[in-house]
Design a protein around this ligand. Sequence first.
Ligand code: NAD
Length: 490
Amino acid sequence: MSAGSPGLWIGNEWSPSASRRRISIENPATEEVIGEVATADRSDVARATESARRGQAIWSELPASTRAEKLHDLARGLRERQRALAEMMTREGGKPLRETLDEVEWCASCCDYYAEVGRSERGRVVPGVGKHQISLVLREPLGVVACVVPWNYPLLLLFWKVAPALMAGNAVVVKPSELTPLSTMMLADLFAALPPGTVNVVTGDGDTGEALVSDPLVDCIAFTGSFETGRRIAAIAAQTMKRTNLELSGNDPFIVFADADVEIAARGAVWAAFLNTGQVCTSAKRLYVERPIAEAFIERFVAHTRALRIGNGLDPQTDIGPLASDRQRARFEAAVEDARGRGAEIRAGGRRPPHLGEGYFYEPTVLTGVDHSFPLVAEETFGPAAPIMVFDGLEDAIRKANDSPYGLGANIYTRSLETAMTAMERIRAGTFWINEPLTDNDAAPFGGMKRSGIGRELGSEGLAAFQEVKHALIDYVIEAKPDWFPYGGR
Ligand code: NAD
């Protein structure tokens, strides 16, 4: 049996897929096959959603305090397995170990957060419209939630969905990415502590994902991934009015004003651009620097980029791992070549690292002489590219930042409160980072405007995403009302 792959996790048991088809999982740093998983077909998905239906009936009946304790248990279990889970995520996804260790801790803290928020929240009471009346606004579970997850943060983006969905009393069926399912399969023994059917996991590719989101027993779809897939899922969901929470693509601006500390801003920008090899939905993908400091900033940015160490993420000295797959690298490489062909100046990188013969590596690449007519700038390039452009003043920065169909995040470096606040109010982005790139907060919402999605994860909004709202009006004196029939005093 290969790593983490005894089959599908349905009703707290492993079972084979009907298709018997398997997917091989590759380590992108070595190109070795490190495991395989089953491919769930429509009948397997139906078994999983039926199991979730049964599980939800039991799980939702448990008191919120008991569900909260179970989430704290999940958090403890994640911390106990932190190293093993992190190493698996590094092996299947390529991300440096430092980043995957952090990721496991963030998953645990998300479970703790929702345990605390959810145990004390059920809704609100509002004044009635007549005498001796009150209105209860109740929050109820939706039922069965399909959680479809991408490969760039396999466990974090799973727990941002599963933790609030469970706390709200739902059962879930998880579909991890076909590139990174092995770390998810390692969670089965943790999920086994919940009532059977509360958490089910079906592995497979986009066909499995589509079977899941189309399944009639699914009440809500929580999806993180590309805009194209999100659009398709929204169309499927519209057929039966399934609730959706869609966290989609981004093309985030990173703006540095002339009053910023050039050295700190350059280091922050290098991290924001190249963290996880530039494969973060909120990576800094379009960098704008104010004209008076442009050359100084670019010089420091290039120097810090050249100092990054590229290699296998299991080596603790590695800053930059490989891209997640051969396909991702080919797509990224084509975008850089296209920019080169259009006259971009490559100030660092722009090639595969010559010392690494195996693995899907590509050097962090700094480009100047580019503008919004370059596809590498205008489209989401999910890889280690930092196109740097110059701007003149606040209005120009805001205009350039907003010149994108996406609105996930935005970063700004400035010492001026007026500049920061004006930009914050006028740039259309779901998260706005001032002098601190890419930091999330469990207690504050995360998500996108425009084509970057619908809905929010994290915070109280992230719990509400998995709750239905019901209004119950109570009159505690039983009497006939004067505004009923018959009219006209008959
Ligand atoms: P993707 O859309 O190709 O796949 C995401 C998941 O959807 C995978 O599990 C895949 O198997 C599944 N899927 C594919 N086709 C499907 C279909 N027709 N129906 C249902 N499921 C289907 O995205 P990816 O390449 O895995 O991830 C990269 C993308 O994710 C980037 O665009 C990135 O910006 C985005 N992303 C967004 C956020 C966010 O919070 N906004 C976070 C991380 C990544």
